[in-house]
Design a protein around this ligand. Structure first.
Ligand code: GUN
Length: 293
């Protein structure tokens, strides 16, 4: 069993991005600039956004963090988005999700200019992805593709089983891996909460992608020998012995499944590390106007 080391890969890709950014600036080009809008005080969102801002600094980007109170109105948030859309200094921006319940995430996402949507959440970018046109890929699927590419794990003709059909992970990764691309050409099954006999599907998987949001859902009896496991879950479970009172586990029962796997991503230190890198890749593309010209 080999660990798919997201932390190591993230460091490598960040080094590459830092070099490319320095070269771009040295050639008189733009310093890439990402803005992040954070609403409220969701602790996980605070951690994620802090990490995104810190990662920008590491590779030589500018970043702007816009923090707003939990009771911001929809109009006010839409106004901020409008300003960011029209700010030539900002190459791309994100609105961290989830938003408080009184805000309409769909409306907010639709308000973002697709050309600055470095999260790849806007229907224009999702549609372009589905058609194989240049687009910003959503961070987690992009991170998964990067892991498979850099570890040279073949996907062509393989049985890929994705568990979870979210808009930001399960649905896009199932489309990407079925497309006619180098990391693609797989036969993809997309399982979800209404799937009958989940284990029957997961046991067929050459590559299993778990994005369910429930700890330890994929157990050893649900996978075949030699499976490649990509665990997207990041779940907090109580642990009185941990300094913070909790620890992070994935959607896969790592101790049970890993002995049967040929490759597996750990949690933490797997896919999560690569998502920020994907956002940086998109932001660099945005600064070059590489997608939309
Ligand atoms: N919440 C969880 N993941 C993400 C992400 O990739 N982008 C944004 N904006 N919010 C998130």
């Amino acid at each position: 069993m080999q660990i798919l080391d997201g932390k190591l890969l993230a460091r490598q890709v960040k080094d590459e991005l830092a070099k490319e950014t320095a070269a771009q600036i040295a050639a008189g080009g733009k310093v890439p600039h990402l803005a992040a809008v954070l609403v409220g005080d969701n602790p996980a969102s605070q951690v994620y956004v802090r990490n995104k801002v810190r990662s920008c600094e590491q590779v030589g980007f500018h970043s702007t963090l816009i923090k707003k109170p939990v009771d911001i109105s929809q109009e006010e948030l839409l106004h901020i988005i409008h300003e960011l859309n029209n700010d030539d200094g900002i190459d791309g921006f994100i609105v961290q999700l989830p938003l408080p319940a009184h805000l309409d995430e769909e409306k907010i996402t639709l308000a973002i200019d697709p050309e600055k949507d470095v999260d790849g959440f806007h229907p224009v970018n999702i549609g372009r992805m589905a058609l194989g046109l240049p687009c910003y890929l959503p961070a987690t699927p992009c991170g998964i593709v990067e892991i498979l590419k850099r570890y040279e794990i073949p996907t062509s003709g393989k049985e890929v089983v994705v568990v979870g059909r979210s808009n930001i992970v399960g649905t896009p990764i199932s489309i990407l891996l079925s497309r006619k691309e180098k990391v693609g050409n797989a036969t993809v099954t997309l399982c979800h909460s209404r799937t009958a006999n989940l284990a029957e599907h997961t046991r067929r998987a050459d590559i299993l992608i778990a994005s369910i949001g429930k700890p330890n859902t994929i157990t050893a009896d649900m996978v075949k020998e030699g499976v490649v496991v990509i665990d997207v879950g990041i779940n907090r479970i109580d642990d009185p012995e941990a300094a913070r009172g909790y620890r992070l586990v994935g959607d896969v029962d790592f101790p049970g499944v890993s002995p049967k796997a040929s490759y597996i991503t750990p949690v933490p230190g797997g896919v999560g590390q690569m998502t920020v890198v994907s956002l940086l890749m998109n932001t660099l593309s945005a600064s070059k106007k590489a997608i939309y010209g």
